[in-house]
Design a protein around this ligand. Structure first.
Ligand SMILES: [Zn+2]
Length: 225
C-alpha cells in the first residue's frame, strides 16, 4: 500500500513536471518534495519499528485445538456428467428432454452395463443405424428394443438376471428388471432362440432387447419385465 502510494505520488509528480515544463524552478521543487516524501516512506517501511520493540512481540504458538478446522469446500459435482452446479437428477432430466426434442420417446438405460441410448418408436433401419438412437417397436407379442452392437449396444451381453434397466420419458420413468439373456438367430421375421423356439409371445408386456453378435443373423437377446 505504502509503495503504491509512493508510486502514485511519483506519477503525479512526474505529471506535474510535464505540465510545468518551462518553469524549471517549480518543477525542481515539486520533484524535491516528491523525492523526500518517498524517502521518508521507505525509511518508515524498513526502520519503522525499533529492534527492541520487535523483540518484545511474542507470537503465541498455536495449539492444535486452536487451529481452525480445515473444511474442504466442495462444489457438488453432477454424478452423471461430472460438471459442477447441477444435480444428477436435473442432468438426467435435461438429457431425456434433449432426446425428446430430437423426436425420441425418451431414453433407455442399463446403468450397470453402461447402456444409455435415445429410444425412438420406430422399426426403421435408419433409426437403428443412427448414433445414439435405438428402435422401439411392438412385434412378436412384445416390445422390442434394437440397436447395433458397434454403437454400444453390445453391452447388453453383460446383463444378468436381475440387472436393472430404465425407460425415461416425459411422463416419468419405467423401471425394468432383466429376466433372462440368451442368444438366437434373427431371421428377419422372427428371432429363433438357441433352443429352437421363437421369441413370439415369450415376453408379454415386457421389453426384449437384441443386438447383433459376430454375424448379422446371430443376436443376443435380453428380456426385461
Ligand atoms: Zn450433469
Amino acid at each position: 500500500m505504502t509503495r503504491m502510494t509512493a508510486a502514485v505520488k511519483q506519477a503525479m509528480a512526474a505529471a506535474l513536471c510535464i505540465l510545468q515544463l518551462g518553469s524549471g524552478g517549480v518543477k525542481d521543487r515539486v520533484r524535491d518534495v516528491a523525492d523526500s516524501r518517498r524517502e521518508a516512506e521507505i525509511t518508515n517501511e524498513y526502520y519503522g519499528m525499533p529492534e527492541a520493540d520487535a523483540a518484545r512481540i511474542e507470537v503465541p504458538e498455536m495449539e492444535e485445538a486452536d487451529a481452525p478446522e480445515v473444511v474442504e469446500v466442495r462444489v457438488p459435482e453432477c454424478a452423471v456428467c461430472g460438471a459442477e452446479g447441477h444435480t444428477a437428477e436435473a442432468c438426467r432430466k435435461a438429457a431425456v428432454l434433449a432426446s425428446i426434442e430430437r423426436g425420441a420417446k425418451g431414453r433407455f438405460s442399463i446403468p450397470e452395463v453402461g447402456v444409455d441410448v435415445a429410444l425412438f418408436e420406430s422399426s426403421a433401419q435408419s433409426v437403428v443405424d443412427r448414433a445414439d438412437s435405438a428402435g422401439l417397436f411392438y412385434a412378436l407379442g412384445q416390445n422390442l428394443i434394437a440397436d447395433h452392437n458397434y454403437q454400444g449396444f453390445d453391452a447388453i451381453r453383460r446383463c444378468k438376471v436381475g440387472t436393472g434397466a430404465c425407460i425415461e420419458t416425459e411422463d416419468g420413468s419405467l423401471q425394468l428388471t432383466c429376466t433372462g439373456i440368451t442368444r438366437g438367430t434373427n431371421t428377419g421375421r422372427d428371432i429363433i432362440l438357441e433352443n429352437g423356439s421363437s421369441i413370439n409371445g415369450m415376453n408379454r408386456g415386457g421389453y426384449t432387447c437384441y443386438t447383433c453378435n459376430e454375424t448379422r443373423s446371430s443376436v443376443t437377446v435380453v428380456f426385461f419385465q
